[in-house]
Design a binder for this molecule. Structure first.
Ligand code: BES
Ligand code: MN
Ligand code: MN
Length: 455
């Protein structure tokens, strides 16, 4: 197997680079034709690898690419592999050192939008499958269903519908996803939790038009001032979120569980240095690792209003806007938190303005089992290829579809991710290590063999 990978790695990389050239940005309608081209490219590569029944399933939005290989037989286990071929917008383009859709390999890393999230990681699965088909090491030991969507970065609304309508077709024993990260290339880890999400756009409205700030200033509640005060009040001096009831259902980890978590190698100093922070920040009583995984958060993602152009314009804006998100942990639900946020945010509006809260897509938190046959197969696979037992970690990001797979299909997920926090996903200069890409391709077949062999 090492031979097949070594002999073909240049081609594997070239194919991935070709795919990364297609700007499959789901958030922006002007890329719609590219999204379709990216789906088509994936379909062709799956077929070439030997996947059968490959189809582009239309939805009300971007298509789902489905294909399967069921030749392992009716008694073999079935794995449903999920990933996404859509990518985040690349803005701001001027901060990229090379253009986001002209991938290059620099310092052993692939630089492009989607290199890690998630095209690079999806492509590991395509090439791992090809390798099992062709390397003469015993073939494909499990039945595999591949399902790749084009709307993960905008909330997976149509996948939701697709899954509910195709429960029979998607029947499997476990879900396998490579769309998360690990601690470091020499510290393999497997994420066993994801946070949920409640996301809102808020608008604060004051006077019925923009006003001269000299003629009216002082006698008018300024919507931008008001919005800032409201946002500032959402955290107290200890970094706790002040929304009444927000923490009511939060699953508090025991001292033992927290001690276990603290064993994972993590350097506060390195963490701060890696993103240029002058000091640590967060909820009192918790470590940075806990703050970004087992604790819920509230953050402003964007804020705008008034005059932001060149020079000075003296104005009191009629409206101010912000996008506010909350990351949720077990056992908070997005419906519960959305309702609490809407009620609270409206209630803290000062006199002189009105507030509207518009919720966007949400998602539920998950914790995946570490005592399952599939988790053990993944941990053993990583131990084989990294030479070290992976540690389980709780992740801070969200993949809302994972909770849906559990509720609709009754299936647990294994998050076999190979990214690093430093890969700059969603940021300028996103990249994915060539080491990580190849390690993924090497590890995935071990997962199937371990899983097939387990009781
Ligand atoms: N792959 C990420 C989520 C992720 C990254 C989880 C790293 C764990 C580690 C996914 O594509 C993503 O960006 N999810 C969004 C939510 C989605 C609803 C837009 C997120 O976490 O912000
Ligand atoms: Mn992703
Ligand atoms: Mn993403």
């Amino acid at each position: 197997m090492a031979n097949y990978l070594a002999d073909n790695q240049t081609r594997f990389l070239d194919e991935l680079l070709d795919w990364l050239r297609i700007p499959s940005v789901s958030a922006d309608a002007k890329f719609h034709a590219d999204v379709l081209r990216a789906a088509d490219y994936l379909k062709t590569r799956l077929e070439e690898a030997g996947v059968q029944n490959v189809e582009i399933c239309p939805t009300a939005g971007n298509p789902i690419v489905y294909g399967d290989y069921l030749q392992a037989g009716p008694d073999a286990k079935t794995v449903l592999v999920y990933g996404h071929y859509d990518v985040q917008p690349a803005d701001p383009y001027e901060l990229w050192t090379s253009p986001p859709f002209e991938p290059v390999i620099k310092d052993e890393k692939i630089y492009a939008r989607g290199a890690c999230d998630d095209k690079g990681q999806v492509y590991m699965h395509v090439k791992a499958f090809e390798m099992m088909m062709r390397d003469g090491q015993g073939g494909v030991p499990c039945n595999i269903k591949f399902m790749f969507e084009g709307e993960e970065e905008i909330g997976s609304n149509n996948l939701d519908i697709f899954v509910k309508a195709n429960k029979e077709k998607l029947q499997a024993d476990v879900i396998l996803i490579s769309d998360t990260g690990m601690l470091a290339n020499d510290v393999p880890s497997i994420e066993v939790g994801l946070r949920g999400l409640s996301y809102h756009e808020v608008t604060v409205t004051g006077p019925n038009r923009d006003l001269h700030s000299g003629l009216y200033g002082g006698a008018v509640q300024n919507p931008i001032n008001a919005l800032c005060e409201m946002i500032a009040s959402l955290h107290d001096e200890n970094g706790h979120i002040t929304i009444p009831g927000f923490y009511d259902n939060v699953d508090e980890l025991s001292a033992d569980e927290r001690a276990e978590m603290a064993k994972a190698p993590f350097s506060e100093e390195e963490f701060q240095k890696s993103i240029g922070l002058p000091a640590s920040y967060g909820e009192k009583g918790y470590s940075s690792m806990e703050r970004t995984s087992i604790r819920p958060t509230l953050d402003v993602n964007g804020i705008w209003g008034g005059y932001t152009g060149e020079g000075a314009k003296t104005v009191i804006a009629s409206q101010a806007h912000a996008k506010i998100s909350m990351r949720l942990v077990p056992h908070q639900t997005s419906a519960e938190i959305t309702a609490l946020f809407q009620k609270h945010f409206a209630s803290i509006a000062p006199a002189g303005v009105t507030v509207s809260v518009h919720p966007h897509h949400g998602g539920e938190p998950v914790v995946t089992p570490t005592d399952s046959v599939a988790y053990k197969a993944a941990a053993d696979a990583m131990e084989t290829t990294f030479g070290k037992r992976p540690v389980p970690t709780r992740g801070g990001g969200s993949i809302p579809i994972v909770a849906m797979f559990k509720s609709e299909l009754g299936l647990d997920t294994v998050l076999l991710g190979f990214g690093l926090d430093s890969d700059a996903i969603h940021s300028p200069n996103e990249h994915f290590g060539v080491f990580n890409f190849l390690k993924g391709i090497e590890t995935i077949p071990h997962f199937y063999r371990n899983y097939a062999a387990a009781e």
